[in-house]
Design a protein around this ligand. Structure first.
Ligand SMILES: *Cc1c(COP(=O)(O)O)cnc(C)c1O
Length: 223
């Protein structure tokens, strides 16, 4: 089914929007099936799981880390991760920079913003982002490159609410772009949209959608 699902999803995604296939909890066989159908960009939210999958799967996969990242787990993914979507504290950005330096890499990162109503979702607010981007510490970092923003909307059927939150993230992007990144052509990504809300995210300016269950089926967290 993975191949068929992938093809169905692909038809709904315009060129210029990157599809990150979120394979968390799913076996490598499912990822291989998506790979064989041409998918190269995959997202995971646990460092060890991503490391283990990276070890056995084709080496031309672009691995995107999309979940909350603990600083002591960075070392498992830093040598190969293509992008980290989930920079949610200054401390994490500093730790990623430090680990990336050990591998002589510059790692692409997104600043994750808290745009949802739920208390539980991780993310920065605009004051914290300003504090990071204005600091000398940030300006001296050589091994991270901030490419844009990421956010998760409230998990609700109220699509007006979801749309409002995506609009908010787009506004944050535009503000940061003009304030700090006007001359950086790489600051261009807005990672927003999941299986149930990605069409709205695309309408609101998403450049990267993170789609899991619509491609790989529902996840079973009990196994
Ligand atoms: C799991 C996850 C997704 C994908 O969720 P689906 O609803 O299965 O598409 C996207 N983004 C993040 C951060 C996730 O953890």
């Amino acid at each position: 089914m993975v191949k068929e699902n992938l093809e169905t999803v692909r038809k709904t995604i315009p060129s210029g929007v990157l599809l990150v296939a979120v394979s968390k909890t799913k076996p490598v066989e499912d990822i291989q099936e998506a790979y064989d159908a041409g998918q190269r960009v995959f997202g995971e939210n646990h460092a060890l799981e991503m490391r283990d999958k990276h070890e056995v799967l084709p080496k031309d996969i672009d691995w995107h880390f999309i979940g909350h990242l603990q600083t002591n787990k960075i070392k498992y993914i830093i040598s190969f991760a293509r992008m980290i979507h989930s920079i949610d504290t200054f401390n994490l950005l500093q730790a990623v920079n430090k680990e990336a330096a050990k591998h002589d890499r510059v790692v692409d990162c997104l600043l994750q913003f808290h745009i949802a109503e739920e208390e539980t979702k991780f993310g920065l607010d605009i004051d914290e982002a300003n504090e990071i981007l204005q600091s000398d510490m940030y300006k001296s970092m050589k091994n991270v490159r901030i490419c844009g923003v990421m956010g998760m909307a409230t998990n609700t059927d109220d699509m007006n609410q979801v749309r409002k939150e995506f609009k908010h993230l787009k506004e944050i992007f535009t503000t940061l772009k003009s304030k700090y990144f006007a001359d950086c052509e790489w600051f261009k990504e807005i990672s927003m949209g999941m299986s149930h809300d990605y069409p709205i995210a695309i309408e609101e300016g998403s450049t990267m959608v993170r789609v899991g269950s619509k491609i790989f089926g529902e996840r079973n967290y009990n196994i």
